[in-house]
Design a binder for this molecule. Sequence first.
Ligand code: ZN
Length: 449
Amino acid sequence: MILERIRQSPVARELAAEAIDLMRQMYPICRSITGDGVRSTLDLLGQRIPLQRSEIPSGTPVFDWEIPREWRIRDAWIADADGRRVVDFREHNLHVVGYSVPVRCTMSLDELQPHLHSIPERPDWIPYRTSYYEEQWGFCLRHRDRLALGEGPYEVVIDAELAPGHLSYAECVVHGTTDREAIVYTHTCHPSLANDNLSGIAVAALLARELLTETPRLTWRFVFGPGTIGSLAWLSRNEERLGAIAAGLVVGLLGDPAPLTYKRSRQGTSLTDRAAEHVLGAAGPGVARIVDFEPYGYDERQFCSPGFDLPVGRLTRSPNASYSEYHTSADDLSLIRPESIAGAFSALARLVAVIDGNRVPLNLSPKGEPRLGKHGLYGPLGGPTPAEFQRALLWVLNLADGANDLVAIAARSGFDFESVAAAAEALGRAGLLAGVGDDRDGYLDATKT
Ligand code: ZN
């Protein structure tokens, strides 16, 4: 099976260290749903993985939406009468409301107040605010600093521009041996916020790099794009290939201490859902949990909208908005735990391997049990013990009626996927099992080896 080495904790720990280093490089960049911050981020990823980049012009319709104007931010500040910057974009890029329209004026504190955002309960944290689709401007600041502001007047400058440009996204495609595909989507639109979602970007990029050294059966397409408008844009430009998507994951928020959370696709029983159930379901509530679909969250909302209804689930640790540092300056690199990132790599490696290794087997000798000994399948062949392996063979033979895939056989038999897949391979080599549909070739190949 693919990616097996990543399940070993030393390899996962090495990847986690590299992911955190990449996050550190991306952290200072001011990203948004458009603009050069996204492009610089994609440049950094492009040093590690081959990327196909797309630029979609402002004004392009995507379903009920439209690609917005591009936001270019150069500098922003609030300065007191002495010219001292009391709020400074150069100190932290969360200080400016994302997509703020340009402003340059002098005003009193009273006039400024409606444009200020802070969190009274968290006086040392800067909130993260955006206004993509409504023309506004504003500043975010520590509540402690807000309380210290005098009456003014203040010089208020947002040196930004909203102009026709492009929305940028990028794909890393790992070609498989069949024409079916899987998608991994992660959002790239957040500025200096670590868990949400530099963790998702870094883990997806390094997982793609590792997968490029293997030969998967599915074509794995890793998409790095902004939240909502990015997945909508990708969907609108790829409608003709959506029928080939066998599985998919939205990934993000993988570095905080919470257990892994898999959110089911809208279908609820898709391959992705059943594979996640198999990989994470038995891990225990302290390690992983599985929650049902709801039309709230990240880009799974678009992939699982009824017009697409794709088999796309979501893997995070804390779900969006469920940790106190969410969308504040406290979501920085100090929140990221190396062991959380390493655990995410291990879980994703197995999940990807199960999805990729799944197939639908067909018993070619279904009338009664075949005599295993006659086919060289009785005796010390593999599995935890010979007797266990015999049982796995019998389960696969019995359920291989063309209606069950290997994940379903694993679920019903209680064997792990790897044992079921190994039993199926052995049966294929013995000429007792074929594949159906897209899997026919895989088993025919297996019988030749
Ligand atoms: Zn977010």
